[in-house]
Design a protein around this ligand. Structure first.
Ligand SMILES: Nc1ncnc2c1ncn2[C@@H]1O[C@H](COP(=O)(O)OP(=O)(O)O)[C@@H](O)[C@H]1O
Ligand SMILES: [Mg+2]
Length: 269
């Protein structure tokens, strides 16, 4: 959790990402600033199309090209501006320091390879000299998959959506990242499974000291997960604060509207 003496792990300043014609661009990120401190879980919340994914992809310079372009701002990660990194630095950053998981685990996994092979491949890519099979089983255990030996031999379609997402998290952890970006990680899952995945993220923060950027359109899932919240609308951060404060006393009408879409949340403990 945040200590005032810590330096931020990530400090995004006035990020601007445009799409479309230079003369009349779509401003997907229009001066976005946010910070993540070591071991923090920070939520980026907003309606679909508000610029959350694009802001997150920009962290590792993964904005879709052609068309998308970062035209301004600074992204200071571990003290370095990622926008000035050369190719080799970028490769290291993408592989080992910032890992991503996305909404649809089924489409991110390769249907023709076993789960164990795919997690093993992620390990082989990033870490030399480890016993891959052992490491695969350790990772599958770390993400709460039962019977890791059997799971390693399974194909993705043999697993439930929740288990597939756990496999994706295992692959993300294979490179021992400092920041995990989880972009709508539970949106495709039913509610019980959603909560299990969120609990896993919290556990990984505690056990591995991971920092997490949790992206969601659903304010309901952040109450028991995130330390702080940034609310995003039309490419801008319009409100931010610690989770309880934002949920109890939202200042912006847009935040109130997001909250109203989650009736249960009116009683935040
Ligand atoms: N590949 C793309 N081509 C053109 N415009 C895009 C593309 N991806 C995103 N955008 C623009 O950026 C805006 C923000 O997108 P995105 O960050 O994906 O939103 P969110 O993740 O909040 O749903 C979109 O509303 C769209 O206008
Ligand atoms: Mg998105």
């Amino acid at each position: 959790m945040k200590k005032t003496t810590d330096n931020p792990l990530l400090d995004v300043q006035n990020l601007q990402v445009h799409f479309g014609p230079v003369s009349n661009p779509v401003r997907a990120a229009d001066g976005v600033s946010f910070r993540i401190f070591p071991r923090e879980i920070v939520a980026l919340v907003g309606e679909s199309g508000s610029g959350k994914s694009i802001s997150a992809l920009a962290l590792a310079r993964l904005v879709p090209e052609p068309g998308g372009r970062i035209i301004g701002g600074k992204i200071i990660f571990q003290g370095m501006d990622t926008l000035t990194l050369k190719r080799s630095g970028l490769r290291k950053l993408r592989g080992a320091r910032i890992a991503y998981i996305f909404q649809e685990p089924a489409t991110s996994l390769n249907p023709v390879f076993t789960v164990g092979w795919q997690v093993g491949e992620a390990i082989r890519l990033h870490r030399k000299g480890v016993r891959v099979k052992n490491e695969v089983e350790k990772l599958l255990t770390a993400v709460g998959l039962p019977d890791p030996k059997r799971t390693a031999g399974a194909y993705p379609h043999e697993l439930s959506g929740g288990m597939q997402q756990r496999v994706m998290i295992a692959m993300a952890l294979a490179c021992d990242p400092d920041l995990l970006v989880a972009d709508e990680p539970t949106t495709a899952l039913d509610v019980t499974v959603q909560n299990q995945i969120l609990d896993l993220l919290v556990e990984l923060r505690e056990k591995r000291g991971l920092s997490i950027l949790l992206i969601t359109h659903n304010l309901g899932i952040v109450a028991n997960t995130a330390d702080r919240i940034y609310v995003m609308n039309s490419g801008k951060i319009i409100e931010s604060g610690d989770t309880k404060t934002v949920l109890r006393t939202p200042r912006h009408d847009y935040t109130k509207k997001l909250l109203a879409a989650v009736p249960r949340l009116h009683k935040v403990s």
